[in-house]
Design a protein around this ligand. Structure first.
Ligand SMILES: Cc1cc2nc3c(=O)[nH]c(=O)nc-3n(C[C@H](O)[C@H](O)[C@H](O)COP(=O)(O)O)c2cc1C
Ligand code: SF4
Length: 261
């Protein structure tokens, strides 16, 4: 989300519109015009399910150029570009420009978060990369740019078709410990309203995106995935507090308000 907000602020006349709000209001998705981009994280070598669905839904006939900027911890950007491009090809369009920004890892169901000292270096590089990407998009650059080792990316891309089927119901392996204070943060950060509170405790409803926001933003580290996450750290971008997620779920009234989101 930090990359989307920063790009929108650096590209003249850009507006960042949140997919979680638009996906439930397909009739409000305006026919895209000008430069249209999709900015999202790489999950298991491909796009999150909600992004896949959104790219299928949006009308792109009037877009001049289409770009994607992905965030990732280290691999999978090329297979992700290919998957978005395949959807666009069904609409007789193509991904004209694609680039990736390396961010700290939040995939704690697989491995621990990025260590603190490495995280700061990643943020510094990301600042520079986002500025370069904003300039390239503004200047209508074309081509697909990669940042990871092609071998890792190749193998990373192979797992997506198998894992994507599991995403929705993977929340059956989430649990909440007695440290839960029933604050409702998990409900408010979930981009797809997959969580309700019952007797004060979060309950998951099996249309998960596997973004892990509920786990990372829980102020008491009370949400766990299987027995994998108890000893692992938590991460979210320091400039994206949990309150920002609420805004992502409703469309801004005035276009001006979206400009610097
Ligand atoms: C379920 C899941 C799967 C992920 N898969 C990948 C992956 O295949 N390749 C990769 O480089 N990063 C992967 N990540 C890491 C995220 O893409 C990365 O940490 C994220 O883009 C951080 O962005 P942020 O700082 O904007 O939240 C995955 C994260 C999650 C939660
Ligand atoms: S916030 Fe939690 S329940 Fe909601 S989509 Fe993300 S991982 Fe799934």
């Amino acid at each position: 989300m930090w990359v989307a907000q920063t790009l929108a602020a650096k590209i003249p006349d850009a507006r960042a519109l949140p997919i979680p709000a638009l996906i439930h209001n397909p009739e409000k998705i305006p026919p895209a015009a000008g430069n249209v981009g999709f900015i999202f994280p790489v999950y298991a070598g491909g796009p999150p399910l909600i992004v896949d669905e959104f790219v299928r839904t949006i009308r792109l006939q009037t877009a001049d150029r289409i770009f994607a900027v992905v965030t990732m911890a280290g691999a999978g950007e090329k297979s992700t570009y290919k998957r978005i491009n395949a959807i666009l090809r069904e609409k007789d369009r193509q991904l004209d420009y694609a680039n990736a920004v390396i961010m700290p890892s939040n995939g704690i169901i697989l491995s621990d978060v990025t260590p603190e000292e490495k995280k700061q270096k990643i943020f510094t590089t990301a600042e520079t990369d986002v500025k370069t990407i904003a300039d390239e998009i503004t200047n209508c650059a074309t081509g697909w740019h990669t940042k990871s080792n092609p071998v890792f990316t190749y193998f990373n891309g192979l797992i997506y078709p198998f894992l994507r089927k599991e995403f929705g119901a993977c929340d059956k392996d989430f649990s909440v410990t007695e440290d839960c204070s029933a604050c409702g943060t998990s409900v408010s950060v979930c981009p797809v309203d997959n969580i309700t509170l019952e007797d004060g405790y979060p309950v998951w409803h099996h249309h998960c995106q596997l973004c892990l926001a509920c786990i990372h933003y829980c102020p008491n580290q009370a949400i766990q995935y299987k027995n994998k996450t108890e000893k692992r750290g938590r991460y979210h971008h320091p400039e994206i507090p949990s309150q920002v997620f609420k805004k992502q779920k409703s469309l801004p009234e005035e276009p001006e308000e979206t400009k610097n989101m």
